[in-house]
Design a protein around this ligand. Structure first.
Ligand SMILES: [Zn+2]
Length: 245
């Protein structure tokens, strides 16, 4: 911000930028002294360059008395040479507001006025956005301002999800049960272990069978072997034997 004071009488044709002169800013009450913020001139030139259309300043600098006369806000930045109301030829003032927002300007107002809609801009550094619709002011934050241009999200083509191949489970190798030696009734059996056979269904109840020794195979039923000494059954066994004859 750099506010310089110019003379309407002697400097009105002084060029402030490519497209703006002092005359664009002078107070409409004919006051000679005309303060103008150079930042404001830059912003206006930026708007001009963006739209490449003439930018008309409908109200630039205002003396306090002139500002009061036209019903401006008492603390109007117009009275400091820091604000301008503008119309851009053939451009909707709301679109001008949106551009100003995208350009990072902090003071932006939209007015629907009887003499045509206008855009107000100023060089404040704290964000303030507003609209004056039918004489009523509505203020906005950067989050809810209607001047914000909606961000168009790029259409994302969904990519195929990377399919991680499931590891092939290692086949569980079941140990092949050793086949029982083939038995037949009448075979001779040598039993080498003493075991508890809780599922024994035998002529004798479950217990540790003193089986070590040689037996006769008396019967084979459901994988169980009925053994005995001579014709006397001893019990069923399922392992720990070998056929000896
Ligand atoms: Zn204004």
């Amino acid at each position: 911000m750099s506010i310089k004071t110019y003379s309407a009488k002697t400097q009105s044709t002084l060029s402030l930028s490519k497209n703006f002169t002092v005359s664009d800013f002078i107070c409409k009450d004919g006051t000679d002294i005309t303060p103008i913020d150079s930042t404001l001139v830059q912003m206006l030139q930026q708007i001009h360059d963006h739209f490449n259309k003439p930018v008309t300043i409908t109200s630039g600098y205002r003396t306090i008395s002139y500002n009061a006369k036209i019903g401006g806000e008492s603390d109007s930045l117009h009275c400091k040479g820091m604000a301008a109301d503008i119309q851009v030829t053939d451009v909707n003032p709301l679109d001008v507001c949106k551009y100003c927002m995208s350009a990072g300007f902090k003071g932006i107002g939209y007015y629907n006025a009887s003499n045509g809609n206008i855009t107000h801009i100023d060089t404040r550094t704290e964000a303030c956005y507003w609209q004056r619709i039918d004489g009523k002011y509505i203020y906005y934050t950067a989050q809810n301002t209607p001047f914000a241009v909606p961000v168009v999200k790029p259409v994302v083509t969904p990519t195929k999800p990377v399919v991680t191949p499931k590891p092939t489970p290692k086949p569980v190798i079941k140990p092949t049960p050793k086949p029982l030696p083939q038995l037949r009734v009448g075979a001779k059996l040598s039993v080498s272990t003493n075991k508890v056979f809780p599922t024994l269904t035998s002529t004798k109840s479950s217990r540790i069978l003193p089986l070590i020794g040689n037996y006769d195979v008396l019967a084979i039923k459901n994988g169980k072997i009925l053994i005995g000494k001579g014709k006397v059954p001893t019990g069923y066994i399922v392992s720990g034997y070998k056929v000896i004859g």
